[in-house]
Write a protein that binds this ligand. Sequence first.
Ligand SMILES: Cc1cc2nc3c(=O)[nH]c(=O)nc-3n(C[C@H](O)[C@H](O)[C@H](O)COP(=O)(O)OP(=O)(O)OC[C@H]3O[C@@H](n4cnc5c(N)ncnc54)[C@H](O)[C@@H]3O)c2cc1C
Length: 399
Amino acid sequence: MDLSFSPEQEAFRTRVQEFLAEVLPKSPGAGRRGLPRDPAEQAEIGRWWEKTIWEHGFAGISWPQEYGGQGLTWVEQVIFSEECARLNAPQGLNGLGKGLLGPTLLVEGSEAQKQRFIRPLLMGEEIWCQGYSEPNAGSDLASLRSRAELVGDEWVINGQKIWTSGAHHADWCFVLARTDPDAPKHRGISFLLVPMHQPGIKVEPLVQLTGQAGFNSVTFDDARTPKENVVGSVNDGWRVANTVLSFERGPTIVGRYAGYMREMEALMDAAEAMPGPYGTASRDSHFRQRMMEVWTEIQILRLHGYNVITQLQQKNRMGPEASMLKLYYSEMHKRLGDLAMDILGPDMPFSQGLESLGGGVLHRAFLGARAETIFAGTSQIQRNVIAERVLGLPRDERH
Ligand SMILES: Cc1cc2nc3c(=O)[nH]c(=O)nc-3n(C[C@H](O)[C@H](O)[C@H](O)COP(=O)(O)OP(=O)(O)OC[C@H]3O[C@@H](n4cnc5c(N)ncnc54)[C@H](O)[C@@H]3O)c2cc1C
């Protein structure tokens, strides 16, 4: 077992570092501490980042060159993500397209779908959102009631999706809809690619705890998409949906440990500055123990992530083991945020002095980590998946 990187991979890392050193100072958000509050400004930065990555040959690093990718491997993709997280590079606007739909199309899509959708997605020209959750179908996603009916050469879609991240920027949505209402609930669902800019779609923002509206309610009222925009077979969408979820829970996360290390460094600086019973919080044995625990967990996350990448290199898809990574990183991040709150106290988000010591970063970790334990399936659902599909335990009584 060799967990180190080869000289070629280290050379790729140097290339990424040089790229970031060149472009990050030119970002529309350069010099700013934290994210802008103005959503339009955030989106502008996200679009700029997508375009910049594409123009410099870092889009779709592990994807085949024939569809616009770079033809490298998942290892280089992880190196790129690690370096971006380490330097707090902007978030692209097309995370759901690149992280979820693209890899799924590569394994489940028809040749025509790959040719049509992958390149514009990589270029950031077509932004995607994910139409899974409904008001009465979140954890129990297979209870979804949106339906699609084939009328002539088009699917006609009716229903409501909720918590649709980034729908207000999206050009396309990958939608789960019921296409056979008489089939058992996990069957009779199809996975459709639906254009957002049409009269049958209404997008309404949902304002969250932070005051921003990152996600939306999306209503489909006789919305349409061509017949060929079904991925996989008609009524086989549940399987395709799970392929998306395994990418969402696994590989999109692997580079994140570097961002958590950045937060950990901010936390250690803050603990040095905060008063405590023995001078500073960093001398308090209780906080020291907890800081070392979180630091160790970040290292475990890194190694577990590399294990996920090894599986992907071998099989090009993930199994339910992706749930282990999702559960681990989201709960670990919540502990990191809680520790920051315990050390910095309720002034964390407001103090100018502390902001220079990472107050903004840590405050975002404290609030944002809660969302991480919910999206892509809650922690309880990940535990159920691991229990049933990894450990082989019987299903819980409610099923
Ligand atoms: C930031 C964010 C972004 C999101 N973006 C998107 C998006 O882009 N597209 C999209 O489709 N969805 C999105 N979601 C929705 C997300 O997938 C759902 O919120 C999630 O699946 C939970 O569903 P729910 O909110 O309906 O909660 P519910 O399913 O109602 O769950 C409520 C509680 O009951 C628990 N629970 C439910 N069933 C069980 C069970 N069988 N065993 C044990 N406990 C159980 C849950 O763990 C939870 O604590 C997003 C959510 C967040 C927070």
